[in-house]
Design a protein. Structure first.
Length: 417
């Protein structure tokens, strides 16, 4: 049985009430709540005395050890080597830095390939660099009927002049988990690099960099119960040759050469606590084994809750759910709209009347929103579940949606009875 009560006890934010009711956090895709171990680790680092690197005194050496421990934790999380793990302000900033470096070898007549389902960070960071070099940008289209990428024309899109293919592992807007295999296979056929945005994926299922055959994997710790730190995992051979923009005296070795200026040491020191929280839900001899086991447990639990929510919403004629077919893998992220109701208004009403925290907008998946015709109309309402979500919270959200429909659309509600 999934230990939901033990999990919830580790998140102090879950004790919050709003307007006299327990807060139900369903905004995880925008940023999860923080586990107590992470809070403790950050306080411990700052309380014991922080320092910059390369000093001949204890606090400096301790900071370097914290960073090394964090690199190992992230390496275990995604199946990589610690020297392949770099930290930054957020994944978007890291994407821009990597794109600027990679694009030095791009030329007119070359092309890069992105997708219409991606968060714009995994589009614009690469596309702006391509524009500077006169390199073409192509997009794998999304089939809006099934919320999945259309991979039927990969042979034409990804060709001998393709230098980079950028694709999300899971949609932060509608939850579709991308079938990367045909895309990566075609990229390899033409010698293109592959960058995978795993920001939305990492909190929900086990990511294996080598199984994905990705050259670059990006994620952000504040999506998986940790602090605001961006993470780039770059395959060692590529990382070694990457001509990064850096200060002249800064390190030339990996992974430090990508990390500009002084990092957020107190946050980085807390990354192992976030990873270890996930691993604590699994079994195995190594942290990687425990993470794999834990994610299988988390997936089963979250998917059960998400399926209940999707099914209940889909049964309401006033609600449109944006989702891939039932047999398509999805994260527990549910995007929907209540017909004739502004999403922002619905979310405000949910918070004020039911203490349910859900978000509205296009969530930077703006191309998908525009293709669906909702980009200028408030986008989606997005309910994102997490390992600390409960079935009771799902029941609250379902009841609240029905209450909103009955309160603001009484004629439509009565006609469906």
């Amino acid at each position: 049985m999934y230990p939901i009560e033990a999990v919830r006890r580790q998140f102090p934010a879950l004790t919050r009430t709003y307007n006299g009711k327990p807060a139900a956090y369903m905004d995880g895709p925008g940023g999860s709540q923080v586990v107590q171990g992470v809070i403790d680790a950050m306080v411990s680092y700052m309380s014991r005395g922080g320092a910059n690197l390369h000093g001949e005194f204890p606090t400096s050496r301790e900071t370097e050890q914290h960073i090394a421990d964090a690199r190992q934790a992230i390496a275990d999380l995604v199946g990589a080597k610690p020297q392949e793990v770099a930290f930054g302000q957020n994944s978007t900033s890291l994407m821009f830095a990597i794109a600027r470096s990679l694009s030095k070898s791009w030329n007119q007549g070359d092309n890069i390939v992105t997708t219409e389902i991606d968060h714009r960070s995994n589009v614009d960071s690469w596309a702006t660099a391509a524009a500077d070099r006169g390199t073409d940008v192509r997009m794998i289209s999304v089939d809006t009927d099934i919320m999945m990428l259309d991979t039927t024309n990969l042979q034409e899109l990804i060709d001998s002049r393709t230098r980079l293919v950028c694709v999300t592992l899971a949609s932060n807007a509608v939850g579709t988990i991308t079938n990367l295999s045909p895309i990566v296979r075609r990229a390899r056929e033409v010698g293109a690099l592959v960058a995978v945005d795993a920001v939305h994926a990492v909190p929900h299922f086990c990511v294996d960099r080598d199984a994905l055959d990705a050259d670059i994997v990006l994620c952000s710790a504040y999506k998986f119960f940790g602090p605001h730190v961006g993470i780039a995992v770059i395959r060692e051979t590529l990382f070694q040759s990457l001509p990064v923009y850096k200060l002249q005296p800064a390190p030339v070795y990996i992974p430090d050469k990508l990390e500009t200026g002084t990092q957020n040491h107190e946050a980085i020191s807390a990354l192992p606590a976030a990873v270890d929280f996930i691993a604590s839900l699994g079994e195995g001899d190594s942290r990687r084994e425990r993470l794999y086991s834990a994610f299988r447990r988390i997936e089963a639990y979250e998917n059960q809750l998400a399926q209940k929510l999707r099914q209940a919403l889909a049964e309401l004629p006033q609600v449109q759910v944006y989702q891939a077919p039932e047999d398509t893998a999805k994260t527990p992220t549910v995007a929907f709209r209540i017909k004739q109701a502004p999403p922002e208004e619905v979310c405000r009403w949910m918070a004020e009347n039911h203490s349910i925290f859900i978000a509205s907008g296009d969530f930077y998946a703006s191309t998908l929103a525009e293709k669906l015709g909702i980009g200028q109309n408030g986008g989606w309402i997005r309910a994102g579940l997490a390992p600390y979500s409960t079935e009771a919270e799902i029941d609250r959200l379902i009841a609240a949606v029905k209450a909103y429909i009955h309160s603001f659309q009484p004629e439509a509600a009565s006609s469906s009875l």
